[in-house]
Design a protein around this ligand. Structure first.
Ligand code: ACO
Length: 430
């Protein structure tokens, strides 16, 4: 069987089976911004729809910690341990470093000992790009479980004296677990596009290899987001509807088949114009940008999470996620939702998971020590002491997991039909 992307799918479908969200506690209102730049609540609301945003004011809260928090919740909902994750994709426009990838920090934080990890740079379109990559990995048999995360601390690369940009952005993270299944549906099609000629319209000019950091680049604010708002606006209002039509056509669907669109939450006017172009009724469009502003790669997964929380998505619904961003990039995906949207986790399971994360943290500390000490401190068998201790911690974590599996088998007899982890079976599919 060959799917729309030409990949031999062999009955391997990619379903979203877990979802998580993490946002900083600190809410910054439009009125607070009035105190630092020449703006007004009225201007921000009427031009963007944004009322407030979340900002990571604690330096210990970073793109990776937000991503890891969202990822843990997604694994909880999917009910799988971190060791079963094959790949972690962190889509981000505010990575912790140029290298190593933020995804590697997430791998370490959640103890995904069997996962590969990389960052995906496609600006605000990155999360949907990530879903496309996850689908490809699953359809081609290279992965069973892929974590796709959108995570940002844009506040750290925002010029807080530039009213053209600082009122727009916010921090946060959203994550999904995409899992292989024989049940038809899940991610039906993806559209990923780019027009690199628009690269200068939205750019963080310095800090890369083209313009390395110097005293001058810092003094002239070249390490902050620069944007030509009007040009980006024109691009966005054209491309959102176009990308939606393209992905629907790849999935052999029409606008009438859509149950819910989750657009990139950049600007209320961009969403309204794009959805009007598609002739899509208001009730089929999800919005939460009033609470978070534009969280770039995190905006769509956070909106997905809240749409699920608000019961706006049901099994068998057709969902479209569509976004645009710096690059200029755009991306859309059409999804046939495949799993129940309510999830209960037993206290026992939750405490096992939390112990497992504690062990992952301890293991990470010992490994770090081992990297520093090299072979200076060794056991009687000639093994590095820190490595030996981290191996012991990993054994305990594995023991926890196998206890968990035994417990699961005792309380939850397996269904015979091919099924998704949350209980949807092939007979659920229309
Ligand atoms: N408060 C008050 N006045 C402001 C502010 C502000 N925060 N920002 C700009 N203005 C002024 C401008 O200086 C301008 O004044 P002027 O006419 O005297 O020059 C006036 O308001 C109008 O400016 P416009 O740019 O025409 O305002 P517009 O209606 O286009 O809205 C906006 C600006 C909201 C930035 C809009 O262009 C937009 O949303 N563009 C898309 C931006 C976007 O989504 N970027 C993210 C892409 S995703 C990613 O990859 C991160």
């Amino acid at each position: 069987m060959v799917d729309e992307s030409g990949i031999m799918a062999f009955g391997r479908y990619a379903h979203i089976v877990g979802w998580g969200k993490a946002v900083p506690n600190r809410v910054v209102t439009n009125h607070e911004l009035e105190q630092i730049v020449d703006t007004s609540d009225e201007w921000i609301r009427s031009r963007t729809g944004i009322q407030q945003r979340r900002i990571a004011v604690d330096p210990a809260e970073t793109t990776a910690t937000l991503a890891a928090k969202a990822a843990r919740e997604a694994l909880e909902v999917a009910d799988i341990p971190a060791s079963k994750v094959d790949m972690i994709i962190v889509a981000t426009s505010s990575p912790e470093h140029t290298f190593p990838a933020t995804a590697c920090a997430v791998q370490d934080m959640i103890g995904a000992v069997n996962a590969g990890a990389f960052d995906l740079s496609a600006a605000c379109s990155g999360f949907v790009y990530g879903l496309g990559v996850a689908k490809g990995l699953i359809a081609s048999g290279q992965a069973e479980n892929v974590l796709v995360i959108g995570a940002e601390t844009l506040s750290r690369i925002t010029d807080w004296s530039d009213r053209n940009t600082c009122v727009l952005f916010g921090d946060g993270a959203g994550a999904v677990l995409v899992q292989s299944s024989p049940v038809p549906g899940g991610i039906l099609a993806t559209e990923m596009g780019c027009d690199g000629s628009g690269g200068d319209l939205l750019i963080l000019p310095a800090g890369g290899s083209k313009m390395p950091a110097t005293l001058e680049t810092v003094a002239s604010g070249q390490h902050f987001i620069k944007m030509n708002g009007r040009a980006v606006y024109r691009f966005a209002t054209r491309i959102m509807a176009e990308a939606t039509r393209r992905v629907l056509s790849k999935a052999n669907l029409t606008v009438d088949d859509i149950d819910l669109v989750i657009p990139h939450q950049a600007n209320e006017r961009i969403i309204a114009v794009s959805m009007r172009n598609l002739k899509l009724p208001e009730e089929k469009v999800f919005r939460n940008l009033q609470y978070y502003g534009n969280t770039s790669t995190a905006s769509i997964p956070i909106a997905l999470y809240e749409a699920l929380e608000q019961d706006r998505i049901k099994p068998n619904d057709t969902i479209v996620m569509v976004g645009f961003g710096a690059g200029l990039t755009w991306a859309g995906t059409a999804i046939k939702w495949g799993v129940p949207t309510e999830k209960e986790t037993s206290l026992w399971r939750a405490s096992q998971r939390s112990a497992s994360y504690g062990l992952a943290k301890a293991r990470s500390q010992w490994l770090r020590l081992s990297h520093l000490l090299g072979s200076n401190l060794v056991t009687e068998d000639g093994e590095s002491l820190a490595q030996a201790l981290s191996n012991r911690l990993e054994d305990w974590r594995k023991q926890l997991e196998s206890d968990e599996e035994e417990e699961e088998q005792r309380h939850d007899p397996k269904q015979e039909k091919p099924s998704l982890p949350n209980g949807a079976s092939s007979s659920d599919e229309s």
